[in-house]
Design a protein around this ligand. Structure first.
Ligand code: AHZ
Length: 266
């Protein structure tokens, strides 16, 4: 166990893409990205022991999962059955969705999940033109991160990456991490999540999934803490489709960055 774990830490210390947060948006992004580009090394950092984020329960304490169309195509691709409810579909259990998605992601050879590990800072770097970009993440075991207030000098670990996709959910004890950190550095203006309006939020989150700061793409409900999008409520279509769009954006950013890094080296 230790040999494999530390070999993975070493291998993924230089990653192509880091995905922060293994909820519905983060795992959807990982699935699309890792399948499309088997040549990329993708690290997923999840602060919890278990993956899934707010997805496991479906909504409130009810176990089924509602997704607005056109997320039905993604569900079909996963091979899951669903009930058609007009503009929405219902998967029998949210837990079935997230465990199926997770098992497909983790079976891909170019993905490594570091769970019980949280991102506690970002790495910034200046390129040859003097512009700042996010160039990686600073990590620690979550239990260590939780004790920075009562223990001293617990140094973290680092992962360099060409692109980071942040999917840490809306604000909470751990949520919206990268947006909040960029705001505290004065690199991004934070606008808190708006009140609940499901249909508005579904469209806005998918449409605005983007690179919010050079090197950092924001997806899922974390984006609402950056753009002030409305709260979603328990419907997950936009989380899946925001993840898909984040993967597509990441590929564009990755190719540009790779070219830029090569030019900077010359
Ligand atoms: O544990 C968190 C969760 O699994 C993880 N996470 C948060 N901060 C982290 C950090 N380092 C590593 N600093 C971290 N991991 O990120 C995951 C976020 O998953 P989520 O389900 O909360 O977010 P999502 O955007 O994938 O899905 C949001 C689901 C919601 S909330 C909501 C509402 O409140 O209205 N509606 C929907 C659909």
């Amino acid at each position: 166990m230790t040999k494999r774990y530390f070999a993975d830490l070493d291998k993924y210390a230089e990653s192509d893409v880091v995905i922060v947060g293994a909820g519905s948006a983060g795992l959807s992004a990982a699935y699309v990205l890792a399948k499309a580009r088997p040549d990329l090394k993708i690290a997923i950092i999840e602060s919890n022991v278990a993956v899934g984020g707010g997805c496991f329960l479906g909504g409130q304490l009810f176990s089924a999962m509602v997704l607005r169309k056109p997320a039905d195509q993604f569900i079909e691709d996963l091979g899951l059955e669903y009930e058609d409810e007009g503009n929405f579909i219902v998967v029998k259990h949210a837990a079935l969705f997230i465990t199926t998605l997770c098992s497909k992601v983790l079976a891909l050879p170019n993905v490594k999940l570091f769970n019980a590990t949280c991102v506690e800072d970002l790495i910034t770097r200046k390129d040859a033109a003097g512009s700042t970009r996010i160039a990686g993440v600073v990590t620690n075991w979550t239990l260590v991160s939780m004790h920075h207030d009562d223990q001293s000098c617990m140094d973290p670990n680092t992962i360099n990456s060409k692109v980071i996709i942040s999917c840490t959910g809306h604000d909470g004890p751990m949520g919206a991490f990268c947006v909040k950190r960029l705001a505290s550095l004065g690199l991004l203006k934070r606008n808190a999540m708006g009140a609940l309006d499901m249909n508005k939020a579904e469209d806005a989150i998918v449409k605005n999934t983007r690179e919010v700061f050079p090197g950092l793409i924001c997806a899922g409900m974390e984006l609402s803490e950056c753009d002030s999008h409305n709260r979603m409520g328990p419907t997950f279509g936009a989380m899946v489709l925001s993840g898909v769009k984040a993967a597509e954006e990441a590929l564009k950013v990755y190719d540009v960055r790779k070219k830029q890094d090569l030019e900077d080296m010359c």
